[in-house]
Design a binder for this molecule. Structure first.
Ligand code: ATP
Ligand code: MG
Length: 434
């Protein structure tokens, strides 16, 4: 009996060891996770690195998402050596798009839908809170230590001699299992307060929780957001607005007091949830995040809107869209009459940015107003007359202000359904000819 127990013990131990090895070696998972073409590229990089005496690792989001089983199209590779030189070497032997940033020691390779960002391993030190870090070349450990959260501070080696080995100095894997967002050290939010916004973004995207001490540090360091430039805040806010359900993060930022720190006039309420939902159903993939921003600002006063624009240093075009959104809001009563003419709708709205019209169509309370705004967006803005200036000249109408006026009357009549065919237009044009 004793002998048998020993035998089973050994089998169990071997099994556990194999499981442990599998846990810490993700070679098989990497091969399942990456599409063949990308895998081939990563393998070539790793081989080339080996020949140059360098080592390459998959790091950050791709490791996190691989362990979670989520897709990730933006791969990050850290190279202990020279990422740019390595990327250039790889690009020589294949038709592949390569962009390099020598100042940052980074290179971007594109492979179908995938991008591969290669960076030379580096360490960072912060001279003062919020300042951009001082960067020094380093090894993988330095590179992982500069990262935001444990779940983003893992690496998988793709070097031939330990391919698939997980490097996890901050127990990111355990935090993934326990669903925690955890900073790596107590100064993390002070060094870079954009991590406050990032923490909430990941917490809400992944349905995780801020680990207890991380939550305390985050609350303590909210005032550090003042050390962050407008452009960096805007960038992080944009990343939030590009999430699938940004309202979750916005609600959480409001609850933590972060939203108010960014701009005292911003707040979250149930109203926004319904509106964001409606915006999603309109499904304007490329512009959805901008539409969300218009809705976020929708209930601000003109003055508050100006403050927000300044705080985020919004580019001119976007600032203009926000101005349009609020200006149109103050004009909506003109669209509330049930018998408002299509031409009136058109001439009121055609100079507004379509995104501002869309935001109002989502946000307006009156169903008549919403109907008219949507009518403009879906139909009226595309209405064109069959006749143009040249064709009018062909009818004997001389170039000049009269021609312009006739074109306008035709357009109006077409919008209102008073003319339908080209012949109708010609008849009307000739009747207007002096
Ligand atoms: P996402 O799916 O949102 O793109 P990601 O993890 O790929 O997630 P990126 O913003 O693409 O995030 O950044 C790549 C990696 O760079 C992160 O995983 C993180 O390790 C690191 N990183 C990015 N921003 C910061 C920051 N402000 N402070 C520290 N590390 C950061
Ligand atoms: Mg990424």
């Amino acid at each position: 009996m004793e002998k048998m127990a020993g035998y089973y013990d050994i089998i169990v131990m071997e099994f556990e060891l194999a499981e442990k090895r599998e846990e810490m070696n993700l070679a098989a998972k990497v091969e399942q996770y990456l599409p063949g073409q990308v895998l081939e590229l990563v393998t070539s990089i790793s081989k080339e690195a080996g020949q140059l005496g360098q080592r390459a690792y998959l790091v950050g989001g791709v490791v996190r998402d691989l362990l979670l089983g989520y897709p990730n199209f933006d791969l990050d590779l850290v190279v202990e050596g020279d990422a740019i030189g390595l990327a250039q070497q790889i690009a020589k032997t294949r038709t592949i798009k390569l962009i390099t940033h020598p100042r940052f020691g980074t290179a971007k390779l594109s492979c179908g839908d995938f991008t591969l960002d290669m960076a030379t391993a580096r360490g960072e030190t912060y001279a003062k809170p919020g300042a951009l870090p001082r960067v020094t070349p380093g090894i993988l450990d330095d590179d992982l230590f500069r990262r935001d959260f444990s779940i983003n501070a893992m690496a998988i080696s793709v070097a031939p001699d330990n391919y698939g080995e997980v490097i996890d100095p901050y127990h990111g894997k355990s935090d993934l299992e326990h669903r925690f967002i955890r900073v790596l050290h107590t100064r993390s939010f002070q060094d870079d307060a954009t991590r406050i916004l990032r923490a909430v973004r990941y917490e809400q995207r992944l349905n995780f929780k801020l680990e207890t001490q991380t939550a305390q540090l985050l609350k303590r360091d909210i005032p550090m957001l003042r050390t962050i430039s407008a452009d960096r805040i805007r960038h992080e806010l944009e990343l939030i607005l590009r999430e699938k359900y940004p309202e979750h993060a916005i609600e959480r930022l409001d609850q933590l007091g972060v939203l108010q720190e960014i701009s005292p006039c911003l707040n979250y309420n149930g109203w926004l949830t319904g509106k964001f939902d409606k915006a999603r159903k309109l499904n304007q993939p490329g512009q959805l995040h901008l539409l969300y921003l218009c809705l976020l600002a929708y209930r601000l006063s003109e003055e508050e809107n100006e403050r927000l624009i300044r705080r985020l240093n919004l580019p001119k075009k976007l600032a203009c869209t926000l101005h349009h959104t609020l200006r149109l809001r103050s004009q909506l009563s003109l669209l509330a009459k049930p018998a408002v003419k299509h031409s009136e709708i058109y001439f009121l709205l055609h100079e507004y940015n379509p995104l501002a019209v869309q935001a109002n169509a989502i946000a307006a309370e009156s169903s008549v107003v919403c109907f008219n705004l949507e009518l403009f967006l879906n139909k009226l803005r595309y209405v064109k007359t069959s006749l143009n200036g040249e064709k009018l000249k062909g009818l004997g109408i001389p170039a000049g202000p009269e021609l312009g006026k006739i074109l306008q009357v035709l357009h109006k009549a077409k919008l209102n359904g008073e003319v339908k065919t080209k012949a109708d237009e010609e008849k009307l044009a000739l009747s207007l000819k002096q």
